[in-house]
Design a protein around this ligand. Structure first.
Ligand code: FES
Length: 81
């Protein structure tokens, strides 16, 4: 079965394409984005990004297709930082 490409719009206005299950960090790097990291186990929140308004932690999740396409990535703004 052929995997469909997911269009991703990045905060630096670059566009890239990925497949469901691809790694967020690798895709970000290809688009010229460096996602900050910390624990890499899902507990610190340093890597958080917003995908179409939903906050995700790329260190513990992979790219998922959603009905809304493309995926629009923005940096998470945390009012407590
Ligand atoms: S790097 Fe700590 S939650 Fe992702």
């Amino acid at each position: 079965m052929k995997r469909s490409k997911i269009k991703i719009l990045w905060p630096n206005n670059n566009t890239s394409y990925a497949c469901e299950g691809d790694d967020w960090f690798v895709s970000a790097e290809k688009a010229g984005i460096k996602i900050p990291t910390g624990c890499l186990t899902g507990s610190c929140g340093a890597c958080e990004i917003d995908i179409n308004g939903e906050t995700v932690r790329p260190c513990i999740s992979n790219i998922k297709a959603i009905n809304e396409c493309p995926l629009k990535v923005t940096y998470t703004t945390d009012q407590f930082w």
